[in-house]
Design a protein around this ligand. Sequence first.
Ligand code: BTN
Length: 327
Amino acid sequence: MIIMSTKDEIVFALKEAKEQYVSGEELAKKLSLSRTAVWKHIETLKQDGYIIESSSRIGYLLKSSPDLMFPAEIQFGLQTKHFGRKIYYFSKVDSTNNKAKELVFAGAPEGSLVIAEEQVGGRGRLGRSWFSPPGGIWFSLVLRPQIVPGDILKVTMMAGIAGVEVIKEMVGLEPRIKWPNDLLIKGKKLVGILTEMETEADRIHSVILGMGINANIAWRDFPPHLKETATSMQAQLGKNVDRCRILRALLAKLEIGYAQLRSGGFSTIRNSWMEHSDTLGSQVKVETVNGAIKGKAVDISSEGALILELDSGETKAVWSGDLITLG
Ligand code: BTN
């Protein structure tokens, strides 16, 4: 079941009418509202950027939707059971991960989605900030997996693969994955993933899967310090993409991957991750909390750790850190 506001329900009804007029009376009946209330909602939708033709005789016709990630825009045509069925939309927020964390404690169900047009305190891995102007796809998904904390990396890897596949299918770009989970195009970052969890003893209470996709951000709008290391779909393709369509496909792919993980199927994800890896086979340096380790990235363990072959011939598993490719 999709949980929607009345405004979203009106958008849905207008979209379902497929460019035909829907009478005010029909809308009022369907949503148990007065005709005046319907009219008021239509006026708000117009202020939101919807182009709706109104005729007192035949009703309302949706001509076009604004380029915003309103819940109704994401949910119309969404083919998931749980992911994105409840959406918390913000035009501006500090960080969708922070919001999702608040919602988790307020009891938000699995699959709840927090989405923002813009983040003013977007967070990246390792305490970094994440540039999140309007035009990107900034979202966090609430998960409540029955797994042990050590398995969290698998969730992130699954999300990375889902991202690669959807971006390839939807926009024709083929990102490579830099360990642990940066999606790169020609060595520049297109997508970042920040997975955070709340644990109770040795059980995971909840996981917040946060993804940031540099979609419709013009290259000139990146701050100078990111121009060398980041990219966007806009910069790569020279045109804007349909963000809602991409997110819909991603939610469907994430739901499938998540079900696969829950039934113990990490090996397919691991194989796919290895196939798209930009890291395996390279000499790397990983800055970990226990210091830097250098070696050749040779494998991913069955738990998702990166396996390094050191100069001594010894192998070492690395669980988290900042990776630099040396060659
Ligand atoms: C990284 O450092 O690569 C991870 C970046 C993750 C950014 C996303 S945007 C949506 C969600 N909210 C945040 O504050 N961060 C994540």
